[in-house]
Design a protein around this ligand. Structure first.
Ligand code: MLC
Ligand code: AMP
Length: 470
């Protein structure tokens, strides 16, 4: 890698209002100096778990880790004790940053926003792990995705090109700081190009409307809430780019945003494992329901059942595979899962179904497996929720799936067969159990009690026969 990942932050001669997070502002020099001081205070140890609340302290800690060449492990602030323990154990985190949860044994390193160090740290090697993100699979606990500095840089540069992203931009969003969208694109992106960042704390329509900017990021739920609040939507009319991603943007929402703001949203597609590989362009066509072309450096292919490429007719559906310098190397400590997710010739199998047209425009049709749910832009594995609910004595059997939801895209629904051996199960108690055990955003939004689950002759649950699952 020729330049450090946070190139502009390190080179920026000084912009007094570079980054604002939920009302706290730091200039680029102050951010650099506070993050360098944090980096210098890190023990010479392993990954750093960062309790990723949407606050300036999270930004300083993550930037400090990147400057030090030490992996940052963002921990969702709504994660329950079981999930926190899994993330810490699996990542090998040796230091904690943020409010200490009960029972934590790791030492912590405080973040001091007023600390200043003008030391120049050596640029970490391109293959040093920058961030370890945790993401759900169809079964088991979340897997660690380690993204090194070169991968992060390649992913961001693809977007800089697609979106004409420059230091003149001001990015506004309020997305969580523990995923690709809010943290990698939404924080590291501006720091790489030297753009201003305004993080609104939460992604509510009024907060976006009250924050002037040139680019706005949202998941479809955010855009649909903005579309339902015409006054807020109109306040974004002067922006250069309204960008949607992390889940399909419904066509009526695309149309409403275009109508209210006078501009069509840019839609892009990505994954924790691959960063963003497809996008419509600042200077190109934006088509409702379509996610555009491969970004610079990315390659895609769509293959049918027989393994051959599907025709470029915009209709024929196949499995989407991607490759490029923005694709991760593998799941942390899981060689089998890694092997299963790459083809023999080195393409990453996304698990998404897609079509492409004669111009190379891509359309994402859905996921191959009903066991991966996208709710509010969060990726949630049915298997981890089922395992959590099965630990309750009042639950005999359970099936979890996503059901279409006008606000969240999909909502998590659990079909529960009571065991009869214990107290009658109570929906609220089961929901609270998952929120505590895993995390708040993974809780089922609905519990449906049933006498039995539909199964095939082998005894496997047939989720597509459950009401509302397709
Ligand atoms: C939150 N609440 C809690 C709580 N956490 N209450 C009790 N205990 C907790 N632990 C409260 C909130 O304060 C809020 O209250 C209420 O619960 C609702 O919170 P919620 O359920 O979290 O919000 P909801 O409205 O359902 O969320 C919608 C959303 C959210 C869009 C804001 O889903 C979201 O932030 N999604 C973004 C996901 C994302 O970033 N995905 C990117 C993945 S990366 P009140 O009273 O204040 O309403 C990726 C790659 C790519 O996919 O392509 O980008
Ligand atoms: P995550 O790992 O949380 O990043 O989730 C990645 C998944 O989000 C992808 O595999 C897709 O299923 C989905 N996704 C992301 N962006 C889009 C999009 N623009 N349209 C449809 N699905 C998307």
């Amino acid at each position: 890698m020729t330049a450090p990942l946070l190139r502009a932050l390190l080179e920026d001669p000084g912009r007094p209002d570079a980054v604002e997070v939920d009302g706290t502002t730091l200039g680029s020099e102050e951010l650099r100096a506070a993050a360098t001081a944090f980096a210098a205070a890190l023990p010479d140890a392993g990954p750093v778990a960062v309790h990723a609340t949407p606050r300036m302290e999270t930004v300083v800690a993550v930037v400090g880790c990147l400057l030090a060449g030490v992996p940052a492990v963002p921990v969702p602030p709504d994660a329950g004790p079981g999930e926190v323990e899994h993330l810490l154990r699996d990542s090998g985190a040796s230091v904690w940053v943020g409010p200490r949860p009960d029972g934590l044994t790791l030492p912590d390193v405080p973040v001091d926003l007023g600390a200043r160090s003008d030391a120049t740290l050596p640029t970490p090697p391109a293959d040093a792990t920058g961030i370890i993100l945790y993401t759900s699979g169809t079964t088991g606990a979340p897997k660690g995705v380690a993204l090194d500095h070169a991968t992060l840089a390649a992913g961001l540069d693809g977007l800089v090109d697609a979106w004409d992203w420059t230091a003149d931009d001001t990015l506004v969003h309020g997305l969580p700081l523990f995923h690709t969208h809010g943290l990698v694109l939404g924080v590291l992106g501006p720091l790489r190009v030297g753009a201003r960042l305004r993080h609104t704390g939460r992604p509510g329509p009024e907060r976006y409307a009250a924050t002037p900017g040139t680019m706005y990021f949202g998941v479809p739920t955010v855009w649909s809430r903005i579309a339902a609040d015409p006054g807020s939507a109109r306040a974004l009319a002067g922006a250069r780019l309204l960008v949607s991603g992390s889940a399909p943007l419904p066509v009526p929402v695309f149309d409403a945003i275009r109508e209210l703001t006078g501009q069509a949203p840019v839609e892009r597609y990505g994954m924790t494992e691959t960063m963003i590989t497809l996008s419509t362009r600042a200077d190109g066509e934006r088509r409702p329901g379509w996610v555009g072309l491969p970004v610079a450096g990315a390659q895609t292919r769509i293959r049918g059942e027989d393994g051959t490429l599907v025709p470029h007719d915009g209709e024929t559906i196949g499995r989407l595979e991607v490759r490029g310098p923005m694709v991760f190397d593998g799941y942390l400590g899981r060689p089998e899962a890694t092997a299963a997710s790459f083809t023999q010739d080195g393409w990453f199998v996304t698990g998404d179904l897609a079509a492409w047209d004669e111009g190379g425009f891509h359309r994402i049709v859905g996921r191959e497996s009903v066991d991966l749910i996208k709710s509010g832009g969060y990726r949630i594995g049915a298997g981890e929720i089922e395992a959590s609910l099965l630990a309750r004595p009042e639950v005999a059997e359970v099936a979890v799936a996503g059901v279409a939801d006008p606000d969240l895209g999909q909502r998590v629904v659990a079909w529960v067969v009571p065991s009869g051996a214990a107290d009658e199960p109570v929906a609220e108690a089961l929901t609270a159990h998952v929120a505590r055990d895993l995390s708040w955003h993974k809780r089922p939004r609905e519990i449906r009690f049933t006498d039995s689950l539909p199964r095939n002759a082998m005894g496997k649950v047939q989720k597509k026969q459950l009401d509302g699952v397709d």
